[in-house]
Ligand binder design. Structure first.
Ligand code: AMP
Ligand code: GLY
Length: 360
């Protein structure tokens, strides 16, 4: 095979996907647009998937990696996702009446909100303020306490191929009340107990059967956000894409060819140790990041891979141009100190990153 591949999207996740595709013997070259004669299109972000572009390009006979519009509602409608889980015996948080007044509880806006439609609220005042500003409809669900993991799976039309569990750090700081972000870092694999592994396999089988029962007819990624509570895995959310930054950690951890997993039924194989990713963001993130600072990367250190998340390149100089600016990745026995050391050496005004995160 000698494929012209188009990766749709332009963040650090898509940079990591392109990097993995370019390493593949099955790839002839990357092309910019699906209309440039692509043989294979890999969709990164959820928006084009939810807009139905996978259906559109599939109908033109181009092989697409992305969830169909029908199943994209697993991400674009949390009510659709709840119904899917309940119908197939998949555990999720219980729905509560809208006026429920015991806290904490969780408010979720139904539609796509770029991570801003969900909040754990601790008081009536906080609930009132949040529900005033989010898109309607919304619903309330029980608060579950526990450790979270992200499990990314690839549905190849017949079965699920599952990547190892990853963990992301969504909060801006270590403070539990600090804002949710798109992700300040991630690592994989997450070490799980035998019981957790057994229950994870049960859950993934339920998900696979649910997709088959519902007639899933796409080849694409499904992300399960899971929490360990009451001695089982509960689904907090579905996404119809790879997680960002979990994708960067997983793809750098792969020891076999990504395209062979997508196209030839191969199971993922991994390097040893851990793979980690650290986000370099800009002050003001997530609401109002400062942009336009010049970035100078350390020249004497090739222990870390750098993916551009939100940058502008002008005359060979790079400038911050978004909230999440860079994604730093490395693999090793103890990868976070290596990433933090590299992060310290990056010259960029208003640089922020999480110094406290680690493998745990
Ligand atoms: P979501 O976008 O649904 O993954 O929610 C974002 C974050 O909110 C999750 O990663 C959790 O930390 C938190 N969260 C969502 N739903 C719940 C829940 N039912 N109980 C506790 N925390 C939750
Ligand atoms: N890192 C969480 C997400 O991609 O939704």
């Amino acid at each position: 095979m000698s494929l012209k591949v188009c990766v749709v999207g332009s963040g650090a996740r898509e940079e990591a996907i392109k990097d993995a595709v370019l390493r593949s013997p099955l790839c002839e070259k990357l092309v910019q647009s699906p209309d440039d004669g692509a043989d294979l299109i890999i969709f990164g972000p959820e928006q084009p998937i939810c807009d139905g572009l996978v259906d559109y390009y599939s109908s033109k006979g181009i092989k697409c990696i992305g969830v169909s519009k029908k199943f994209s509602r697993l991400e674009s409608s949390k009510i659709f996702a709840k119904r899917f889980m309940v119908n197939h015996g998949i555990k999720c948080a219980k729905l509560l009446p809208v006026e429920y007044d015991i806290f904490p509880q969780v408010v979720k806006s139904d539609g796509l909100c770029k991570g801003k439609g969900v909040k754990v609220v601790y008081s009536q005042a906080e609930k009132d303020e949040f529900t005033r500003k989010i898109p309607k409809p919304y619903f309330i669900e029980e608060y579950l306490a526990g450790d979270e993991i992200s499990v990314m799976s690839y549905f190849n039309g017949q079965k699920l191929i599952n990547f190892c569990p990853a963990r992301d750090f969504k909060r801006l700081t270590s403070d539990i009340k600090s804002p949710n972000t798109g992700g300040m870092g991630a690592y994989c694999p997450v070490d799980l107990s035998d019981v957790q592994l057994k229950k994870l396999n049960i859950y993934l089988n339920l998900l696979q059967n649910a997709l088959i029962d519902e007639g899933a007819d796409f080849t694409g990624f499904i992300y399960s956000g899971l929490i360990w509570a009451r001695d089982d895995w509960y689904v907090l959310e579905y996404n119809v894409r790879l997680g960002d930054p979990e994708c960067q950690a997983i793809l750098n951890y792969l020891d076999n060819d990504f395209l062979s997993i997508l196209l030839n039924n191969e199971e993922p194989q991994y390097k040893t140790g851990y793979s980690a990713c650290l986000t370099i963001a800009s002050e003001g993130y997530p609401d109002n990041p400062i942009k336009g600072a010049q970035i100078i990367l350390p020249q004497d250190d090739d222990s870390v891979k750098v993916y551009f998340a939100g940058v502008k390149v002008e005359n060979n100089e790079i400038y911050s141009n978004g909230g999440r600016v860079l994604s730093l990745c490395t693999v090793g026995e103890n990868p976070f100190p290596v990433l933090k050391n590299f992060a310290e050496k990056i010259q960029m005004e208003h640089k922020i990153f999480r110094n406290d995160i680690n493998i745990f």
